[in-house]
Write a protein that binds this ligand. Sequence first.
Ligand code: FES
Length: 163
Amino acid sequence: MDEKLRDDFPVNWEDDHFVTRREFFKFMTLASGGLALGTAAMAAYTKLPKNERAFEPARIASIADLSPGEAVPFNYPRPRDLCLLVRRKDGEYVAYSRRCTHLSCPVVYEAGTKERLFCPCHNGAFSVEDGGVLQGPPPHALPRIVLDIRGEEIYAVGVRHES
Ligand code: FES
């Protein structure tokens, strides 16, 4: 080999296969790490109930924003998906899609003696406990928004369709 070339590229050709082996193991380590991360992500995903789907978490409100018996509208997971965060009279936070399962009118929260989610279009009503149908033509429960309270903040993290 040309001496000038050896000076410019001082590779010890006898040890060249060690570099290749080192790079191979480096690649295998990275590939194994990637597979382990992928497996962990799949395991976390499959732990969700079949009727529940996780979405990108989105902050809805602070816990101090709502007194018992109050509600605040929000959109989740897409900007056009109308939802309602309710602080029930017993103090518990729940959230549902606002879209009535009959013909999609927006439901409103009623905190009166019959605490419920009411659809004024055809007098449909849903339970504030679980979104189930209480009266009227709606064929099924309101989809529930899965909440996660992180410190003082309330986040939406998924959607669950009750069967
Ligand atoms: S649209 Fe809600 S009851 Fe008909």
